[in-house]
Design a protein around this ligand. Sequence first.
Ligand code: MN
Ligand code: MN
Length: 309
Amino acid sequence: MFAPDLTAQHVVGKDITLEQRALGAYLGLAVGDALGATTEFLTPREIREKYGVHKRICGGGWLHLKSGQVTDDTEMSLALGQSIIENGEVEAKAVAEAFSQWMRSKPVDIGNTVRRGIVHYRNSGETSVPENEFDAGNGACMRSLPVAIAYWNAGWDELVAVSRIQSHITHHNPQADAGTEALLQMLRMTFKSASKQALFDIADGLVESHRAYRFDRRLVENPSGWIVETLQVVFQAFFNHDDFESVLVDVVNRGGDADTTGAIAGMLAGAFYGLDAIPGYWLKALNKDVKAACHSQTYALLELAGKSG
Ligand code: MN
Ligand code: MN
């Protein structure tokens, strides 16, 4: 039974800077993606048999990755981030074009809904797919971090509007929108040094409006790519542990869509605990070009936020 005692968790230093939090989020995303890709689509039992407890960035997995290599979660975030930096805002056509270019680069993996959305853009020039009850995958949420950084200080209405612009290029679904917006709000509040209780209240608010997201009832053992299960796993791990490494080890050992639960847990825990809380051996194992891109984009996106804020 899931019942976190948040008052028992130590108060994380209020002196973690905005920069440390944003860097922690971006590098946490990449670290979680690289770590979780190894156990993607495995069951917890298969993971136990093969790795004991999986906690080493070592590549492999069904994509046969090199150690430290990331997947679509990080790559699409970087494509979105680059587009925001170049255009000074989330501009629908520019983002759709960035995603289309990324798909042309023959990425190591790509989700079905993402592929369909990009093909829809190429064929129609439209930057939004029609609303679809089956598009509640986690593919728009997993790439949304650059929005949280560039708009950390913007108003709620503006945040929701830009989140939907980037999301609806591939995923147009109210349940997915609500989950993504709740995550963005948690990230933004974290950048403002919010307490874990305040973040819990945001997750709770999501459950109030969309009951499917209830994360207190059963442990999600092997999450699918449905955004509801993805965020249930992330919330269960984030609120149940007290450090970056434990959160990440928890989610990736549940397998399923482990690179994406890893990526989203990584951004949230990285933002909350700050860059210094990410184990050095994970940062060291991460692909160097990816690491450099996460660094430079974080600073550029923060600068953008500073200009508009
Ligand atoms: Mn992936
Ligand atoms: Mn995935």
